[in-house]
Write a protein that binds this ligand. Sequence first.
Ligand SMILES: [Zn+2]
Length: 233
Amino acid sequence: MEFNGIEHYDVFEGDVIIFWADISGLPTEIQAIAQEIDGIDFDPHGFGVCVNYSFVDKEFYLVLDMGCAGASEGEERNLFYIDQGGDKHWLKTDIPQELLDRIFEECGKVVSNIEKEQAKAGIRLETLSSSAELAVSSLNTAELEKRLTAYLESSELQADIECLARDYQAQGLPVPPEEQLREEAAAEARKCLETMMICEAEGHLWKEKDADPENGTSTLSCRRCGTEEHLRW
Ligand SMILES: [Zn+2]
């Protein structure tokens, strides 16, 4: 069995790095399964393993696919074959520790580069957040007041006031006078407008979460305004 390099990796900061490593020279019974899947399109270089590096534990481990529910211990599938359609098929074979060690070693080089970059980025991030604070203070107040005025003249305000009143009622609280509700709605709107204007000016602060290596999906959410985007990779 041979390790042919890291095909790609994805970094989920503070969580894991997912590595996809190419392997070849698999036992004939494993090759036969893949041949059955792909027929004449069978690619002897279509095999790989998935390795994770945990930022928390600072450790590498082989990712196992547990297969269908009810699979007993020891049945975890440890390698995959990617067919011509791009679908992953998880299989099981004995992977020599020596091969794993070589893969971990190669991944380790990537990790140390990433950790160096992160150390530098930490400094950049500090600079960035102070410039974000600056953006808040130098926010285009004229534009903000214009948008707020538009809101105060819109039917949206009346709807929000009614919504607030219903909230008070739902909680069994006395409903404050309309003027107070109006102020509450305006304060809420100002906060939202500020958030959005900063987001527009600065661009979104994306954070990746809910990574699902099996299906190759994750979610990007903006830390500031909460916008979400779903990714396929
Ligand atoms: Zn945003």
